[in-house]
Design a protein around this ligand. Structure first.
Ligand code: KG4
Ligand code: ZN
Length: 362
């Protein structure tokens, strides 16, 4: 398709309810016209994690209003839309159904194409909404539910280079925060506490460091933190700061090592003069990790792109944009497209050890 298109996107796969409108110009460039997100953090905070039933109900309650606000902010009407895109997976089934049904209803009523989007493809294509970003590039996705390296080779063309064999990175931050008695979601709290801590007080393990692949594992590190906390008994503020700083240091070392292997694998696949690393997901906000991305990219001759924080975390702009990219290739979906709580981005990658557990919560 060569003419400009206007797409409404809906995101309801986890604990953010979101609606956004993007425009894809005839030359393939993108414009973000609106981006409405309602975080459910307050709804789930008393439980220390996402409660699926509460999430689904909150999506039902707020999605209509967010769509209205997104359409108003963009200054468009339903009649202006060329398509509607909704996250179809991976994620929590109840939430996925809310966004999918809403998206399908709008498509049916307006006689416009429906696009069922893989949430991970949304993250993977986000940099192309913001600027010219040619395929292929290396993606590191680090959020509360996902931790993986992907070679992004085209729309619908992904090769997973590495993933976690147990917890996601954001999940590890959240669990360490919980062990230290910090609030949910824990990542930002760990980062704040770590600022005044001693990163060398605890010699936490660097999981899988040196192994000749780019997979991750965080359960051993988490256990080491749990044992250190247990041994101290009552924690002082300084103890918490030191645990958080030492944990962050272990993560930073591990990520630097895994990046080195991912860079080498990507270079073997693609001989490019200036390869690109894109980092997405909530954990990309962490300043210590950002410094690692910058120094490792400089060291290994990669350029780096980290989308702004509100497009790194879950949002509907990335879903609308993935829809626009797919519509341009004629990749529309039927209205009986079923939600897929498990939906790997790549269908050809070899399973990694322990993937049964990972898959259960993808
Ligand atoms: O991408 P995201 O908003 O949602 C999904 O999980 O899909 O990521 C949320 C995760 C949480 O685990 C949160 O603790 C972590 O990102 N996070 C951080 C920081 N900000 C958010 N982790 C470390 N440092 C941060 N500054
Ligand atoms: Zn996400």
């Amino acid at each position: 398709m060569t003419s400009p298109t206007l797409i409404l996107g809906l995101e309801t796969s986890c604990d953010e309810t979101a609606a956004a409108v993007v425009r894809r110009e005839a030359d393939g460039s993108g414009r973000l016209l609106s981006n409405q997100v309602r975080s459910q953090v307050k709804d789930h905070a008393p439980f220390g994690g996402v409660v699926p039933e509460i999430a689904a109900r909150a999506h039902i309650e707020h999605l209509d209003d967010l769509i209205k606000r997104a359409m108003d902010e963009a200054g468009v009407t339903y009649a202006d839309l060329d398509g509607v895109a909704a996250t179809a997976g991976p994620g929590l089934l109840g939430g996925l159904l809310v966004g999918l049904m809403e998206g399908k209803a709008i498509a049916l009523a307006e006689h416009i194409p429906f696009l069922a989007i893989n949430h991970l493809e949304g993250h993977a294509l986000t940099p192309r909404l913001l600027e010219d970003c040619k395929f292929p590039y290396l993606l590191l996705l680090i959020s509360g539910g996902h931790t993986q390296f992907q070679a992004v080779e085209g729309i619908g063309q992904y090769k997973r280079l590495g993933t976690t064999i147990d917890d996601a990175l954001g999940e590890a931050f959240d669990k360490v925060a919980k062990l230290c008695g910090l609030a949910y979601p824990g990542g930002p709290q760990v980062e704040i506490a770590a600022r005044h801590g001693n990163p060398t007080r605890f010699d936490f393990p660097r999981p899988l460091k040196g192994r000749a692949d780019c997979n991750f594992s965080f359960s051993g590190l988490k256990t080491a933190v749990r044992e250190a906390v247990r041994d101290m008994g009552l924690l002082t503020e300084q103890d918490i700061a030191d645990v958080c700083a030492s944990f962050e240091a272990a993560i930073a070392d591990t990520v630097a090592d895994r990046l080195k292997h991912a860079f080498a694998q990507f270079r073997e696949m693609h001989d490019l003069p200036e390869p690109l690393l894109v980092v997405a997901g909530g954990v990309a906000a962490n300043k210590k990790l950002r410094a690692v991305f910058e120094s490792e990219c400089t060291k290994h001759g990669f350029s780096l792109r980290v989308p702004p924080f509100d497009l790194c975390t879950d949002n509907a702009a990335m879903i609308a944009w993935a829809g626009a990219e797919r519509l341009a290739l004629g990749l529309t979906d039927d209205l009986d497209f079923a939600a897929k709580p498990r939906w790997p981005l790549d269908t050809v990658s070899l399973p990694v050890y322990g993937e049964g557990r990972l898959g259960a919560k993808a």
